[in-house]
Write a protein that binds this ligand. Structure first.
Ligand code: HEM
Length: 155
């Protein structure tokens, strides 16, 4: 379960579902050396923040183990669902959904790109997704447990 959670975090880090967000300065302020006058917007870009090499070594690589090592306990540095006092209120609910749905699919299906070679380019606007919808084939796994052992959900 720990490694599964690290994989979900690493997917979120590399492919955040939203490009970022913004805040309107309610007073003149300075951020990272930039002057922001009252009423102006400061925009954060999750994709760039999640690839900060000072925080995430080998930032472009898919390395779920980092969440159990150097970046253990640093989930709060991700901002795919915003950050700070006005972040998404659905964070915990999202975690429940992701674990339940991805866990179910992994436990019950073998899945593959079909055909294997596809254009998997990713676009950020308006929300992150593959440019061309990918085609995936799911093959139901033969389960050793009986149907009554399955968790509630889409069987
Ligand atoms: C994959 C699912 C979701 C994504 C990617 C997502 C993403 C976001 C993002 C990026 C923000 C802006 C945060 C910011 O400006 O810092 C936000 C705000 C918000 N989200 Fe979500 N969200 C998701 C699911 C949900 C769910 C399930 C709920 C409700 C149960 C929810 C309720 C809200 C609310 C109410 C805000 C505004 C919070 C505020 O302004 O104080 N979201 N969300």
């Amino acid at each position: 379960p720990d490694y599964f959670y690290y994989v979900l975090l690493e997917v979120q880090r590399l492919w955040p579902p939203f490009i970022g967000g913004r805040r309107i300065a309610n007073q003149d302020t300075t951020l990272g050396g930039f002057h922001i006058p009252k009423g102006y917007a400061a925009v954060y870009i999750s994709h760039a923040i999640h690839r900060d090499p000072e925080v995430f070594q080998q930032p472009k690589d898919f390395l779920p183990g980092r969440w159990g090592g150097r970046n253990a306990g640093q989930e709060h540095l991700l901002c795919s669902l915003g950050n700070g006092p006005r972040n998404c209120i659905g964070v915990q609910l999202d975690n429940v959904f992701l674990k339940a749905v991805c866990g179910y699919l992994l436990q019950h299906y073998d899945w593959d790109l079909s055909p294997y070679s596809q254009d998997l380019q990713y676009k950020c606007l308006p929300v992150s997704r593959p440019t061309v919808p990918p085609m995936v084939s799911f093959t139901e796994l033969e389960l050793e447990s009986s149907a009554s052992d399955l968790p509630d959900g889409p069987h």
